[in-house]
Design a protein around this ligand. Structure first.
Ligand code: AMP
Length: 599
């Protein structure tokens, strides 16, 4: 059974497989090699990909997108709060976890980001299964290098809900480096900087590539910076222009906002090849049309701060890697937003006009690398991947809060994964019988200023003077970058351990189990709806065939009239039941009624 590589993108997703000595990107049933990361619900039916994206301007409340911006985040996260305002769908606060109510789903479901991402993953799994003609369960899923532990764990949970066995996770820029290295086919050592600017996230990774050995030197990024931010600045610009022109505020009109956002993205893309782009929307609000123009210079000016932020990250990552810009041999562009001319110009200038490599397809490179990695994780061998070694690093330090509130760094950033480290601990008070451990990730001196991952306690410590109660703590990061912590008390050997799942905003094992069952139910519901829709089409087809054939048959007037009256009755019944599909048995019974009359 082959293992697949899935690039689960903010905007688009892509699936690939390594077989017969090469990576194949798998096209979806529309023949497209990338699938929009969109889900929509209408009349209890679920659409994924292109069909859902097309739905987004009309069925805006029930069309979900950019879910990667929510995954692993809490509701009160400032970025969630800012994003929500510009989305057509609603996000609600469920115990500080963002959840999405879907009005048009049959029962008014409330979904968490992991479930929505699981639906996209499931679609990619189905695409691969249709192509390979066999069941696929093993998969490598990609994540931005700068995703924190909560975001990684949530993505992995989404895989489980989708019915996948997540055999590994690979950082997106590292996957792109793999694609680049395999494509180059050279044994010479090169320092390669991967510049990955996609729809929602930005990553920079510096990798030393020697043949099929990929050694990540440093990684940096921003999990909330990408093409959608550029769309949003355009959106806000046009919202204020509309207000100025017509005195109307469209910021509360979700349908208008969605239409304008789609137009903004189109204009942005156009500006990568032309210097002017038009935005034209009929009857945007209260019958007012919107007609405007934007120049490339204005677009660049509006997004200047974002572009600067991108370059600060490039500089910091370079200095982290211990290399100078002169030591970088190749700069490889990945992600749709690297098509923006200003970004290319700034990069080219910074690296003293080094040629920017565009030899790999920016939309497919990540899935490509993931598929190669998925194969390498298995037991099969292939000369095309001979000697494949991947050494990745953690982007942020992991530590424990000390008694004085400072961060006790245990695993420093840039440590190669997988890794495990033991630390000792001791009590801080006399006769202390419990000690709690608060785990954080980040680089700040005060623990509280870092990102809180989770907390747990060990109890039953035999009373003793301070510092005499002692034990060990193990912090372990697996190949997916997910953290597991274990604490042992020295005398009693009591222990406690967690895969940081108790942290705020994360799913518990029982929640995941429930969602897996729900996903199966959804799959069943989809299948059932398909059966109903097939039955409906068969009935409609049959009714029309009878209607068209009735004149060619030798029938009495009475026979003809009774057939036609039944046909009319059936077609009317189908019309009435256009939106809510009746049960399949009911539809089939109608077909039998007509068949009896015809007979
Ligand atoms: P990705 O996440 O790599 O699929 O990148 C998707 C992002 O790339 C979206 O924000 C797109 O709007 C953006 N994008 C795609 N093509 C272009 C283009 N020609 N110019 C500017 N941005 C683009």
């Amino acid at each position: 059974m082959p293992a697949i590589g899935i690039d689960l993108g903010t905007t688009n997703s892509c699936v690939a497989v390594f077989r017969n000595g090469r990576v194949e990107i798998i096209a979806n049933d529309l023949g497209n090699r990338v699938t929009p990361s969109y889900i929509s619900f209408a009349r209890g039916e679920r659409q994924v990909g292109e069909a859902a994206k097309e739905d987004s301007t009309e069925n805006y409340e029930n069309t979900l997108y950019q879910i990667k911006r929510l995954i692993g985040r809490t509701y009160d996260d400032p970025s969630v709060q800012a994003d929500m305002k510009l989305w057509g769908f609603t996000v609600i606060n469920d115990d500080n976890k963002p959840k999405i109510p879907v009005v048009n789903s049959s029962k008014g479901d409330l979904f968490c980001p992991e479930q929505i991402s699981a639906m996209i993953l499931e679609e990619m799994k189905n695409t691969a299964e249709a192509f390979l003609g066999e069941t696929v369960t093993d998969a490598v899923i990609t994540v931005p290098a700068y995703f924190n532990d909560a975001q990684r764990k949530a993505t992995s949970d989404a895989g489980v809900i989708a019915g996948l066995n997540v055999i590994g996770m690979i950082n997106e820029p590292t996957a792109a480096a793999v694609a680049y290295g395999l494509d180059r086919q050279s044994e010479n050592e090169r320092n390669v900087l991967i510049f990955d600017l996609g729809g929602g996230t930005f990553d920079v990774t510096i990798v030393k590539i020697t043949g099929h050995k990929f050694d990540v030197k440093a990684t940096g990024g921003d999990t909330h910076l990408g093409g959608e931010d550029f769309d949003n600045t355009l959106l806000e610009y046009f919202v204020s222009e509309f207000k100025q022109k017509h005195g109307e505020d469209i910021s509360e009109n979700k349908r208008a906002l969605n239409r304008l956002r789609v137009a903004c993205e189109g204009a942005k893309r156009k500006l990568s090849s032309t210097t002017q782009a038009k935005v034209q929307l009929d009857a945007l609000q209260d019958g007012y049309d919107f007609r405007s123009n934007i120049s490339r210079a204005k677009f660049e000016n509006l997004n200047y701060n974002f572009f600067e932020r991108v370059f600060d990250t490039v500089k910091n990552t370079l200095s982290d890697s211990g290399l100078k810009k002169e030591n970088i041999d190749d700069v490889v562009l990945v992600g749709g937003s690297t098509r923006i001319p200003k970004i290319r110009e700034m990069l080219g200038k910074y690296f003293d006009n080094i040629e920017l490599k565009r030899t790999i397809n920016p939309d497919e490179a990540v899935a490509y690398g993931a598929a190669a990695y998925a194969f390498a994780l298995g037991s099969d061998e292939d000369p095309a991947l001979k000697g494949f070694v991947l050494e990745d690093v953690i982007p942020l330090s992991i530590g424990i809060r000390m008694y004085d509130g400072t961060m006790g760094f245990v695993i420093p950033r840039k440590t190669k994964i997988p890794t495990k480290l033991w630390e000792t601990w001791h009590t801080s008070e006399d006769n202390q019988t419990t000690v709690s451990f608060k785990i954080y990730e980040g680089e700040r001196t005060l623990a509280e200023e870092n990102h809180f991952l989770g907390e747990f306690t060990i109890s039953g410590i035999p009373p003793a003077p301070r510092k005499k109660g002692q034990g060990n703590v193990l912090l372990e990061i697996n190949a997916c970058g997910i953290l597991h912590v274990k604490v042992i008390e020295k005398i009693t050997k009591n222990s406690n351990e967690i895969t940081i799942a108790g942290a705020k905003g994360r799913l518990s094992d029982s929640e995941i189990k429930r969602m897996v069952q729900e996903a199966v139910k959804f799959r069943k519901r989809d299948q059932e709806l398909k059966q109903r829709s097939d039955a409906r089409n068969a009935l409609e087809d049959y009714a029309y065939t009878v209607k068209e054939g009735v004149d060619q048959k030798h029938l009495t007037r009475q026979q003809r009239e009774s057939i036609m009256s039944k046909v009319t009755e059936i077609l009317q019944w189908l019309d009435i039941n256009m939106t809510e599909l009746p049960e399949r048995s009911e539809i089939e019974a109608k077909k039998r009624e007509l068949e009896r009359v015809v007979e």
